[in-house]
Design a protein around this ligand. Structure first.
Ligand code: UTP
Length: 302
């Protein structure tokens, strides 16, 4: 591991998307605020950044996203009520999210794509590598991914993407990586990236998921990146440029993630996340699992 590389200390969380897959729930509520058991999805993401050692968090927000800022701020009125009632447990729950990290916010005026959202972070990030965590992608807290990606970035420099093997019929939903194996089982060298290819055009079954560690050279590339698929400025296109021209910002590597991950912006995956995390909770799990077993038996019998 090289000690000369700048340390990664900042996390950027793009959360300015419109969340149209979840309408009408997301008409006036950000999709990142939808609860997964009893915490909004976004809190898991901020907790993940903090667990990886990144307590400087910049959230990229937009219209209708005010609840995100409120959630990570103090709520003195509620705290006072709970304190008066002597309800220490609930008081701790209320304070948890505001004590978590040093939060910063920037607005993306128009949701012109993930690449554009990341570009909005340039003044805050400056000249150091940084992590990006998509606000609607939930990585199971027991399957650490970001720390591994940071270690790979420190070792190789450049940028690192998170990859997951998916079925060929699902690859059109993701960015897809052309990649070559390295000495390490979970690390690949990325030579090309395509946004949402058809199964026939996909260079592999490796899908890009919502975690990145990026070299700051990506900002200059994004400034020059024309809108791509869907008229949006795509981070995948900028990473393709970096992968083609390592002289600009170093190589692009991928960490192949084999743990549990949920796209909480997708209705079916959101439900899976809730069921799984609820089953594993010490307080709710035993009763919920017993009910679920009965429900499944009933369904099978019916
Ligand atoms: P999605 O592809 O999930 O788009 O964005 P979306 O608009 O949020 O949701 P749907 O597809 O309409 O339901 C991936 C990530 O990039 C962020 C989103 O907030 C999400 O975390 N994003 C996307 C932005 O911050 N700005 C954008 O302009 C687009």
């Amino acid at each position: 591991m090289s000690s000369s590389r700048p340390r990664i200390s900042k996390a950027v969380i793009p959360a300015a998307g419109l969340g149209t897959r979840f309408l009408p729930a997301t008409k006036a509520t950000p999709k990142e605020m939808l609860p997964v058991v009893d915490k909004p999805a976004i809190q898991y993401v901020v907790e993940e950044a903090v667990t990886a050692g990144l307590s400087d968090v910049l959230m990229v927000t937009g219209r209708n996203k005010r609840p995100l800022e409120d959630h990570f701020d103090r709520n003195y009125e509620l705290e006072e009520v709970l304190r008066d009632k002597g309800d220490a447990t609930k008081l701790t729950r209320v304070q948890e999210s505001s004590d978590l990290a040093t939060m910063h916010y920037v607005r993306q005026g128009d949701p012109k794509g993930l690449g554009h959202a990341i570009l909005c972070a340039a003044p805050h990030v400056g000249d150091q590598p940084f992590a990006v965590l998509l606000g609607d992608d939930l990585i199971d807290p027991r399957d650490p991914l970001l720390a591994r990606m940071m270690a790979v970035q420190e070792q190789h420099g450049g940028s690192v993407v998170a990859l997951m093997e998916v079925e060929p019929e699902s690859i059109h939903l993701y960015g897809c990586a052309a990649a070559a194996a390295t000495d390490e089982d979970d690390v690949v060298r990325v030579s090309g990236l395509v946004e949402k290819p058809s199964a026939a055009d996909a260079p592999s079954n490796l899908a890009i998921i919502g975690r990145y560690v990026l070299d700051p050279a990506v900002f200059e590339v994004l400034r020059k990146t024309e809108p791509g698929r869907g008229g949006e400025i795509q981070i995948t296109d900028a990473l393709q440029t970096l992968a083609n021209e390592p002289a600009i910002g170093g190589p692009v590597h991928g960490v192949v993630f084999r743990g549990r991950r949920y796209d909480t912006g997708d209705r079916a995956d959101y439900l899976r996340a809730i069921v799984r995390l609820a089953c594993e909770r010490e307080d709710l799990g035993p009763d919920f699992r017993a009910w679920l077993r009965g429900y499944v038996a009933e369904e099978m019998g019916g």
